[in-house]
Design a protein around this ligand. Structure first.
Ligand code: BDP
Length: 745
């Protein structure tokens, strides 16, 4: 079943066996005639499977007409696996958007779309664009309108086949968003080299922090059965420029490096290759012991080094273009070089040396902290990694989460950005909404990503943005990368919440071009995924752009963080304390007491702020100056502190919680207002999810306000309704069904 584009008619539940054959046949005939007569209005189920690649008919006649004259045929002189994918995609898109079957030709017709590289196409090589192409690298492309032999054409050209596929998807995006394709002159190449999804998928197909079903990778049926979904996945990624996928969880299982698994991984790599996607695996640091029979995994031990080299050579016999390893070491119980008194660079380098002859890379995670270290958790990664700057092999990227704690609804940028000039740093964002309402809350994450990418580190003066650290331009690094922890599972709509698809989409688009605005990306996605109707576009754009801030308000306003439920991270849990690790409790982070609330990370507190440049320190160092959205991240502030609004901190905190929850109602109203323009299936699904989101927003609000009130000893400001349940009630709730909970039975 199931190509990305297939349309599935809603099934008729009529039960034939209940009727005798004649009666059934009669009915069937009548039904078929009726269906035939109304075929123009056949209803298709809109279950979200097609993502942003729906290619439904353009109903604006003038636009469709224009496109019809400018996109009449595909001209492909030479075939390759990737070119054929591009050609078929274009035909599929035009078939859907214009309801026209366009031919593939080798001669120029008016309105031809010419696909190829200078070496695959005599036409393209004769256009004198070699200078233009030179600057585009392996993945860039040009799209331009040109007259060839008196015939107006559109050329999509690149240096390599994959650039042509990316250009084709760009061209299709222009059609989907109904932009002009006359006088085109597009030049585009990715800002960042490695644009990856990180799947936290376990080999038993559960997904760590996954809220959209089980893993896509069907290890049982691989390598012989290629689920069409793998192809659909590759198409979707290629359409947004994602060029790599780490298949397995960072909390790794060494088994994936054994031959039976490698054969399965190779089958996936074969599917993904023509779409420009490389596969990567997570490497468990103790693999030499667990699957290699050695007694140590010490990276300086020659037998260990030889084992990794042999293992890597073996991997490449199965997957000749294997991308490399992602490693979580000495973090949250994972083994690592420190088990042998070695440092992270020692650990990364043993893998890097094994991979280097094959052009593979290591992505070594900086997400490390230990509750045995008597130090603010926010400081620990910097303390460990900064001294190692310059000691990593050339094919190592240090992968850093966007913020110093852990994917919270809002965090300042990680202090390592800008602090390790000699080491290429890779960005790790989280698409799966571990801390943002799972797959039940509508939260568009591009504004969160942008906030980090656009933040100024001042590492080399003004304008040293995080984005320039990771695109390599700040320190002239050519090895560059960005990853998103995937929110994809085997749910029919891929991501659980229909709007969570936008976060996958946004990651790809920003990885290609970090300077795109959240608004532009939202608009593209809405037009391709829902509708080009201007009312729909502007309504949904407003909702999406506001949604992250709304969530911050009802969960963790004013710089609060890490106050969610214990372990499963579901719902509020600001009261969490007395657990085996202090740095996994909430009281560690909010530090509320009778005087005030917040974590003093300034020079008078944990000094975490001093890990940033002086310019950045200046922004956050006093409660009076600190931007209010980070106030309680960096400062412990008195309950009576006067906020910019004129309210006290306590009143402001309450107002934020209430405004956040109220705003979900606003989102509900907005969604209802475009009901007529949305297919019923997705309309109802989102509506139901918004109702849950609203309940949960109220839950967050009430639980947090009541809990913090036990410290502030102040009333909830007049005008705001009192919570209808007690704090005891909220604290007594248990969640045996929360995703990730291991059932007790
Ligand atoms: C935390 C998750 C945990 C991950 C860890 C990581 O709760 O499941 O294993 O991050 O990134 O956010 O390694």
């Amino acid at each position: 079943m199931s190509r990305l584009n297939e349309k599935e008619p809603i099934r008729n539940t009529f039960k034939a066996p209940l009727y005798n054959m004649i009666f059934t046949r009669y009915f069937l005939r009548v039904f078929l005639i009726a269906l035939f007569c109304t075929s123009a209005s056949v209803v298709y189920s809109e279950d979200g499977y097609r993502l942003w690649m729906r290619y439904d008919k353009i109903t604006t006649v003038a636009v469709a007409k224009k496109y019809q004259s400018l996109a009449t045929s595909v001209l492909l002189e030479k075939e390759s696996a990737t070119f054929v994918i591009a050609q078929k995609e274009l035909q599929l898109a035009l078939q859907g958007l214009l309801q026209t079957t366009i031919p593939v030709t080798k001669t120029i017709q008016p309105g031809a779309i010419v696909l190829g590289t200078a070496s695959s196409s005599s036409i393209i090589s004769s256009l004198g664009i070699s200078e233009k192409l030179k600057a585009l690298g392996k993945e860039g492309f040009v799209i331009f309108s040109v007259v060839i032999k008196n015939k107006p054409c559109t050329v999509i050209a690149a240096n390599h086949d994959i650039g042509v596929l990316y250009g084709t998807f760009h061209f299709i995006r222009l059609l989907q968003t109904q932009q002009s394709i006359e006088k085109l002159s597009v030049v585009s190449k990715p800002a960042i080299g490695h644009r990856l999804l990180n799947h936290w998928d376990n080999l038993d197909r559960t997904v760590e922090r996954g809220y959209a079903g089980f893993s896509l990778w069907d290890w049982h049926k691989l390598p012989d059965y290629i689920d069409p979904r793998y192809i659909a996945y590759a198409r979707a990624n290629a359409s947004i420029g994602i060029n790599g996928t780490v298949l397995t969880n960072v909390n790794a299982n060494a088994q994936v490096l054994t031959v039976p698994y490698l054969k399965k991984v190779a089958a996936l790599a074969n599917v993904f290759r023509p779409y420009g996607i490389k596969v990567y695996l997570t490497a468990r640091f103790s693999a030499p012991v667990e699957i290699g029979g050695l007694t140590t995994a010490d990276p300086l031990d020659s037998a260990v080094q030889a084992w990794w080299k042999k293992k890597v050579d073996e991997i490449y016999t199965y997957i000749p273009d294997f991308g490399g390893f992602l490693v979580k070491a000495n973090s949250e119980g994972q083994p690592g070089p420190q088990n042998y008194d070695r440092n992270h660079a020692d650990g990364a380098n043993v893998l890097a040396k094994a991979l280097a002859p094959h052009n593979g890379i290591v992505m070594w995670r900086a997400f490390v902290y230990s509750n045995e270290v008597p130090e603010d958790r926010a400081k620990q990664a910097y303390n460990e990694f900064k001294p190692l700057d310059g000691t990593f092999e050339k094919n190592v990227l240090v992968q850093v989460k966007n913020g110093p704690i852990d994917f919270q609804p809002r965090e300042p940028f990680h202090p390592l950005f800008g602090a390790m000039p000699k080491t290429p740093l890779m960005m790790e964002f989280q698409l799966t909404q571990e801390y943002l309402g799972f797959a039940t809350h509508l939260v568009y994450l591009a504004p969160l990503f942008k906030e980090c990418l656009d933040a100024d580190t001042y590492a080399k003066g003004k304008g040293s943005t995080v984005s320039r650290v990771i695109d390599g331009s700040l320190e002239n690094h050519t090895l560059t990368g960005i990853a998103g922890v995937a929110n994809i599972g085997n749910d029919r709509n891929w991501t659980g919440h229909p709007f969570a698809q936008a976060n996958w989409y946004a990651l790809g688009r920003l990885a290609w071009n970090p300077s795109l605005s959240s608004e532009t990306i939202a608009e593209e996605w809405i037009r391709a995924t829902f509708s080009n109707n201007e009312n729909v576009v502007s309504t949904l754009k407003n909702v999406m752009l506001a949604s992250r801030e709304v969530t911050v308000r009802y969960m963790t306003p004013l710089g609060l963080h890490h106050i969610m439920g214990w372990n499963h991270h579901y719902g509020p849990g600001p009261w969490i304390k007395d657990k085996p690790r202090a740095d996994w409790t909430s009281v560690y982070y909010h530090q509320a007491d009778s005087l005030g609330i917040g974590f003093n990370r300034t020079a008078t507190g944990s000094k975490a702020l001093l890990q940033y440049t002086p310019e950045v320190q200046k922004i956050y160092s006093t409660p009076a100056d600190c931007p209010e959205e980070y106030l309680l991240w960096f400062n412990h502030v008195g309950w009576n502190h006067r906020m910019k609004s004129g309210r006290t901190l306590w009143d402001e905190l309450c107002h934020h919680y209430y405004a956040g929850a109220d705003s979900v109602q606003w989102i509900q109203q907005q969604w209802d207002s475009i009901h007529n323009h949305i297919d019923e299936e997705r309309y109802q699904q989102v509506k139901a999810l918004l109702a849950i989101q609203y309940q949960e927003a109220i839950w967050w609000r009430n639980a947090c306000v009541l809990y913090f009130q036990t410290f502030s000893k102040r009333d909830i400001p007049t005008g705001l309704p009192k919570p209808d349940q007690s704090l005891d009630y909220y604290q007594s709730l248990e969640f045996p069904f929360a995703p990730g909970i291991k059932p007790k039975w």
